[in-house]
Each structure stands twice: as C-alpha cells, then as structure tokens.
Design a protein around this ligand. Structure first.
Ligand code: ADP
Ligand code: MG
Length: 229
C-alpha cells in the first residue's frame, strides 16, 4: 500500500511538472509557427521547407497538448448523459476528415438507451480518439460501424469497428504504452488517454483486431457511477 501511495505521489509531481512545462512550451511554439507562416508567404520558392516546419510545429503542439491532458488529473465531472448525443457530437467533429478519406460512418444504437453517469467532455474525447484511429486505419476508405447497447441492467457497451489495416498481434501489448505509434505523424497517446478516462469511469476497453481486415474497439461502462462494476 505504501509503495502504491509513493507511486501516486510521484505521478502527481510529474503531472504537475508536465502541465507547467507544457504551458511554457506552447507559447514559443505559437510564435515559431507565426514566423514560419510569414516566411512561407514571403518566400514561395522555399515554401516546402516552411510547410514542413509548420507541420512539425503542429505535431509538437499536439504532443504537448496530449501530455498536458494526461498529466491533468482532474476529478471527473459526473452527470447523467445521453450516449447518443455524445456519439453524434463525436461524429460531427470527425465527419470532415472521414468524408475527405471516403470513409462512411454508420451507427446502430439500441432504442431507448438508458442515461449514463459520466464526464461527457472526457467521453467525447474518448470517442474522438477512437474514431480518429479508425479513419486513419482506412486511407483507401471504408465503413466504420458504431454500435451502442445495454449489457444487462448495469452496463452499456459501445463499439467502434473499422475495416482498416488492423493491428499486428505483437503490437497489441504496446497499445497502452505512451508514445507507441506506427504512424508517421502519430503521438502514440490517443489510446493511453482513452484507457485512462475509461478506467476512471470504472469501465473497460477491449480491442479485437485482424490484420488486413479491421479492428473493433469496445468500451464498456457502468451506467451508474456508484455501481463500480
Ligand atoms: P496514434 O494514433 O497517435 O498512433 P494511438 O494511441 O491512438 O496513437 O494508437 C497507437 C497505435 O495503435 C497506432 O499507431 C496504430 O498502430 C494502432 N491502432 C490504434 N487504433 C487502430 C485501428 N483502429 N486500426 C489499426 N491500428 C490502430
Ligand atoms: Mg490515435
């Protein structure tokens, strides 16, 4: 127990540092980006270099943003929410990217679904991360199926299934490791954040995948926050 407490304190200190440093890093990044954009317009003949700079600055910003998110151990703001609204919101955010990549998003939700005790903002983040991964797994297009259903009286299961590249079985254990990514512009933090949020809700994340066929990520959440499953 003592060791566990020690570990928690250590994480809290690291978290605080990450949050402070993250803030200090983002401001200079913003000014670097501003100047790179300026030069990009001023010297079109070298513009490839500047657009790479801008892209890389954006990537740094994303990493810092995700790190700050992980380190921020904010207590959950639990309220009753409608999972359908959360999913619709998420789709509206990701629609543009899906459309650009020829990806269709289908939903199949049980009617009526009971309300869920959750931190709505954080759950939106979870489904944005999952949808983003699903879209990124299908560069040639395809279909994403989102389903939501009750499991007995006390749980709700939501799954996001794609027809993308799939995950190699040897990579599965790495999915919970911060910074593990197989993508060129990836941060390797999306699933870490997703797991953290779902664990805080006393839920579970389950990933099934077949290389070349697709991936199904299922999130199971207790309906009531005092009902720790
Ligand atoms: P990132 O998307 O920045 O790489 P994530 O934590 O979201 O970070 O995902 C980590 C890795 O897990 C990805 O780089 C990819 O290899 C794999 N992955 C996650 N979701 C999927 C998916 N739906 N299909 C295929 N691979 C996936
Ligand atoms: Mg991701």
């Amino acid at each position: 127990v003592n060791e566990e407490l020690h570990q928690k304190e250590k994480l809290a200190v690291i978290g605080q540092m990450a949050a402070t440093i993250g803030h200090e890093i983002r401001n200079p990044l913003a000014s670097l980006k501003g100047f790179a954009q300026l030069q990009h317009e001023r010297y079109p003949e070298t513009s490839d270099y500047y657009s790479i700079m801008i892209q890389e600055i954006d990537r740094l910003d994303l990493i810092v943003n995700d790190l700050m998110y992980i380190s921020k151990s904010k207590a959950l703001q639990i309220e009753k929410a409608n999972i359908k609204d959360i999913i619709s919101y998420t789709i509206s955010i990701m629609e543009q990217q899906a459309f650009a990549q020829n990806v269709k998003i289908e939903t199949e939700m049980e009617e009526p679904l009971p309300l869920l005790d959750c931190d709505e903002k954080q759950l939106k983040q979870v489904f944005i991360n999952l949808l983003k991964n699903a879209i990124e797994a299908m560069p040639e297009g395809g279909t994403i199926r989102i389903t939501a259903q009750s499991l007995g009286d006390s749980k709700i299961a939501i799954s996001v299934e794609d027809e993308g590249c799939g995950i190699k079985s040897e990579d599965i254990p790495n999915l919970k490791v911060p910074f593990f990514t197989t993508k060129k512009g990836g941060t390797g933090l999306g699933l870490v954040i997703t797991n953290k949020i779902i664990k805080e809700h006393h839920g579970d994340v389950n990933i099934e995948s077949n290389v070349g066929k697709g991936t199904k990520v299922t999130v199971t959440l207790p309906r009531e926050s005092n009902h720790h499953s």
